[in-house]
Write a protein that binds this ligand. Structure first.
Ligand SMILES: *[C@@H]1O[C@H](CO)[C@@H](O)[C@H](O)[C@H]1NC(C)=O
Ligand SMILES: *[C@@H]1O[C@H](CO)[C@@H](O)[C@H](O)[C@H]1NC(C)=O
Ligand SMILES: *[C@@H]1O[C@H](CO)[C@@H](O)[C@H](O)[C@H]1NC(C)=O
Length: 393
């Protein structure tokens, strides 16, 4: 390399653009010794392919061709010299042995920028062998159980055309990430599988979840402390527990959750539709600037729910939540409720919800307990347009 090229590279590095146009280069895991017949363990081969692609400098494409790949727990780490693609055409299969149940990650990406994960392939978490060990509520020595895909400290990246089935724990976890688009993914686990959240987001900003189907045993999407600027659109959710903000307020120094939009989304036979959930008692934090709009509920148990008295132990009757909820719009939400309370806004006595708006709500209930009802406790705001059940704000 000449001094001039080196200087140019240094300049590119400083201003963070890739001005060197190296052509994209394929790093095929088969060439690194991966076997695609479902035997062995491909961690070494995948890691070696990732490492070379990461050092390459142009767009490094790690390619996983068709076939079944047994894969243990693995973390792909940056920062990389160029942009990265991780193309999964095959099916990756998680281990089933007990030793693996105590790791928290099956496949992780850390400290990566400009990463694209795609390819139409599968992450098969083999959760059916592990779900019965999800007993942390009764067993203090319980296994942690791995999340199938974790992004930690990843920026400006995308995941599209990917399927995840039978995760042992959550399908995807997004932590400390910025500007991530997840689209055209399909996440599947049985309705009765425990804690199989679809996409769990925390401490992250500018996250989009678009054009996807999530059928699972826990929340389709959950957003906790420090989730900012999350857009969810054109999603099918169900079975599952719905799309949740929370639980909030359990930990110390939680960051606010703000700027969340869920629109054009269908919920089918879920426990909840759109929900904000906070602990009582709780630490102080807030959830604000939230829009739930253009949403179809089909046989959903709690279509619209703010629950500020979340207390699984059941012995906190008088405790109040210190999580402040404000600026929440529920607009154009229609369909059927499978319980008679279709709208429930149960806010904190010490910090009532403020500026909650219900606009054009049409949620019916057909059943022995009569018509659908709305229940509001400590909720301040307004309702306008159609209101079935009749508004309680
Ligand atoms: C991977 O699949 C995509 C579409 O699903 C296809 O365009 C591409 O050629 C495939 N690549 C390999 C290496 O099989
Ligand atoms: C967000 O990430 C995408 C790549 O996924 C990139 O093209 C875009 O420029 C990024 N946006 C910002 C504001 O950096
Ligand atoms: C709403 O979402 C469905 C898929 O869930 C999609 O087909 C449709 O185009 C979306 N409509 C708008 C207006 O985005």
């Amino acid at each position: 390399m000449t001094t001039a090229t080196l200087l140019l590279l240094l300049l590119c590095y400083i201003v963070n653009v890739s001005c060197v146009s190296l052509p994209p280069k394929v790093f095929d895991v088969i060439a690194y010794g991966a076997v695609n017949d479902g035997t062995g363990d491909n961690v070494k081969a995948f890691s070696a392919a990732w490492k070379d692609a990461c050092q390459y400098g142009g767009r490094g494409r790690v390619v996983i061709p068709r076939g079944v790949y047994a894969l243990g727990s693995v973390i792909f780490t940056g920062y990389c010299k160029g942009t990265m693609s991780f193309i999964i055409n095959g099916s990756l299969r998680a281990p089933t042995d007990r030793r693996f149940y105590d790791t928290d990650t099956w496949i992780g990406f850390r400290y990566v920028e400009y990463l694209t994960i795609k390819g139409g392939g599968y992450l098969d978490g083999q959760g059916h062998v592990a779900w019965r060990y999800n007993d942390c509520s009764t067993n203090s020595k319980c296994s942690r159980l791995p999340t199938s895909l974790r992004l930690d400290f990843v920026r400006n990246s995308q995941i599209h055309h990917l399927r995840s089935i039978d995760s042992k724990n959550a399908h995807f976890n997004i932590f400390a990430c910025h500007n991530i688009t997840i689209s055209n993914v399909r996440l599947d686990a049985p309705a009765e599988s425990p804690n199989t959240d679809g996409i769990h987001i925390g401490s992250s900003a500018d996250i989009r979840i678009l054009d996807s189907t999530i059928r699972t045993g826990d929340d389709c999407v959950s957003m906790v402390s420090g989730s900012r600027g999350v857009e969810i659109a054109n999603v099918h959710c169900g079975p599952g527990h719905g799309i949740s903000i929370g639980s909030l307020g359990r930990g110390h120094s939680e960051q606010p959750v703000t700027g969340i939009t869920v629109r054009n989304t269908t919920f089918v036979a879920t426990d909840n539709g759109v929900r904000i959930k906070t602990w009582a008692p709780s630490e102080t934090t807030s959830a604000s600037n939230i829009i739930f709009q253009d949403i179809n509920m089909i046989a959903v148990a709690n279509p619209i729910l703010i629950d500020q008295v979340y207390c699984p132990s059941g012995n906190c009757l008088e405790a109040q939540s210190n999580v402040e909820i404000r600026d929440v719009l529920f607009k154009n939400i229609w369909g059927t409720s499978s319980s008679e309370v279709a709208v429930k806004l149960q806010c904190s006595r010490t910090r009532p919800c403020r500026d909650v708006k219900l606009v054009d709500i049409y949620l019916t209930y057909r059943g022995p307990r009569g018509k659908s009802r709305a229940v509001c406790v400590n909720a301040l705001g307004s309702s306008s347009g159609t209101q079935i059940p009749s508004g309680c704000l």
